[in-house]
Design a protein. Structure first.
Length: 237
């Protein structure tokens, strides 16, 4: 058996694969339109969001079907590092500029970034037709081991049990990690569980949580060709 690849469009990298059984006539033909992430349609899902309040001004360009490119400036070094890991490990593209009231503390900048990311995820997903809906991962980082499970159910819920032995990692308050994930889960309409199966170094715990979230979200947002419409008995999620 072999597959013949035929380019049908240079603009969107769409290709046709034709399956041929050697030594026999063509007995079946499979046509798929795929892009560089193997999607069944050619729509690259993305959202651009700008949000301005008296506390923060945020501009985000989010590509759900990206390649892991990140350009991030939040004014909080360790938070930049976490969002960069999120983009890279989830194969999202994330361009983000946050100008926040860091002279107060990082709270508004971190929380509002979570609100904007949640909104971007929700907008990029649209009606959620044809996606897996559920995703999970368990990510180790040396001694730290973090589980993340996601249901893109439309219902916001956060279950979170990370605990820390230090108040800060760099200039990020560790208590703000919960605020960030709460904001994402609430605005995205996502059921989000983050469990610490093993802790230790605070940098490792936070970083493994961001990577676990990235992997779980990547899986939950992947198209599944078996899903007709949305994966719900209700018909809407
Ligand atoms: Mn690190």
């Amino acid at each position: 058996m072999r597959y013949i690849r035929k380019n049908i469009s240079r603009d969107n990298n769409a290709v046709i694969f034709v399956r041929i059984i050697a030594g026999t006539p063509v007995i079946s033909e499979c046509v798929m339109l795929i892009n560089n992430k193997g999607l069944m349609d050619m729509n690259i899902r993305s959202a651009d969001i700008s949000r301005k309040t008296k506390e923060t001004e945020i501009n985000m360009e989010f590509v759900l079907d990206g390649s892991g490119k990140a350009q991030i400036e939040t004014g909080i070094g360790f938070f930049n590092h976490m969002l960069d890991s999120f983009a890279r490990h989830g194969f999202f593209d994330l361009k983000l500029a946050v100008k926040g009231d860091l002279y107060v503390d990082p709270h508004h900048s971190v929380e509002d970034t979570g609100i904007v990311l949640g909104q971007a995820i929700k907008n990029a997903l649209g009606d959620k037709a044809g996606i897996k809906r559920y995703g999970y991962s368990i990510i180790p980082m040396d001694e730290a081991l973090i589980l993340c499970a996601v249901d893109l159910s439309g219902r916001p819920y956060l279950s979170y049990d990370l605990s820390f032995s230090a108040d800060k990692v760099g200039y990020l308050d560790t208590e703000l990690v919960r605020e960030f994930f709460y904001a994402v889960s609430y605005t995205a309409g996502m059921n989000l569980h983050i469990r610490m199966l093993n802790g230790g170094n605070n940098h490792h715990v936070v970083e493994a949580a961001f990577k676990a979230f990235a992997k779980a979200l990547d899986e939950a947002t992947r198209p599944d060709p078996r899903v007709d419409g949305v994966l719900s008995a209700k018909g809407v999620i």
